[in-house]
Design a protein around this ligand. Structure first.
Ligand code: JQB
Length: 270
């Protein structure tokens, strides 16, 4: 997979050299190119922003450097042998929420281009033009969640990490991805390691029992309990048939009737 990132803060993407993503780059699983939007400014002050049309607070990113940068990124990817059209992703608090399902779709793409905005975001015509230019297979505004960051760079770090770990050969142990899909739609169960007793706290006895069926049941029950407590919206969103009788029994012990599960109880106390 090829990944291009356009930003006014290339140094913000330095963590993409570290850890799993860094190793994936060195192994050739992903080829990351970070470029500086200001290279495509033409004025002496390398200006990328201007006041909002219609007035109001803050600044908006001017379209001209974005048009030139995106043209250049697509041209240099092609020169480097990239085939097909890249997908353009634009982090924004107004984007589609990033989910594990979206990460899975993105992991199936050959080429992703990220446009990192700053200030109050990028002139909307940049997205409209990219969508009609024929340079991109799709243009997708994407959000990390319902809070406001200062720019798209942190979102790119998160999205690239979520995607790259799904690429073939990147995680040494694909069993962990299999386990994730097994518990898909629920929060993770709690995890423990040695020592068996730490500051007077025991690892739960079931996990020390060696009884694999009992351990699997215990983990599923803890995952269900946590999800009901912390993310009742996820329980309500499970596909029909995702919960069997044993699951419903575990939830009923935790005070969740099947009706309450279906409602997802948005007004839950946390
Ligand atoms: C500028 C961003 C996010 C990109 C994601 C998320 O866009 C804005 N609008 C109003 C005020 C401030 C901004 C700041 N801003 C570019 C930019 C925020 C992404 C962002 C994001 N992805 N929250 N914020 N989940």
């Amino acid at each position: 997979m090829r990944v291009d990132v356009v930003t006014i803060f290339p140094d913000y993407l330095a963590p993409l050299d570290l850890s799993i993503v860094g190793r994936a780059r060195r192994s050739g699983a992903v080829d990351v190119h970070v470029s500086d939007l200001r290279e495509h400014t033409t004025d002496r002050h390398r200006t990328v922003d201007d006041t909002p049309a219609g007035g109001g607070a803050g600044m908006v990113m001017r379209p001209e450097p974005w048009g030139a940068s995106l043209d250049a990124v697509v041209a240099s990817g092609r020169d480097a042998g990239a085939e097909g059209l890249p997908r353009l992703l634009v982090p924004s608090p107004a984007g589609l929420p990033l989910t594990q399902a979206m990460a899975g779709e993105l992991a199936a793409e050959d080429w992703l281009v990220f446009a990192c905005g700053r200030y109050e975001g990028i002139d909307e015509r940049v997205l409209d033009e990219a969508g009609e230019s024929g340079l991109f297979s799709a243009v997708t505004p994407v959000s990390l969640g319902d809070y406001v960051l200062c720019g798209g760079e942190v979102a790119v770090l998160a999205i690239v990490e979520a995607v790259v770990r799904l690429l073939p050969g990147v995680l040494g142990n694909p069993a962990s991805i299999v386990e994730e899909s097994h518990s898909a739609g629920l929060l993770e169960h709690p995890a423990y390691t040695r020592p068996a007793t730490w500051r007077g706290r025991q690892v739960p006895a079931t996990l020390m029992s060696g009884d694999h069926a009992r351990i699997a049941r215990w983990r599923r029950d803890r995952a269900l309990e946590r999800t009901a407590q912390r993310r009742p919206d996820l329980l309500a969103a499970l596909p029909p048939g995702a919960l069997d009788d044993a699951d419903l029994a575990a939830l009923s012990v935790a005070g969740w009737s099947p009706d309450r599960v279906r409602e997802g109880a948005g007004e839950q106390d946390l």
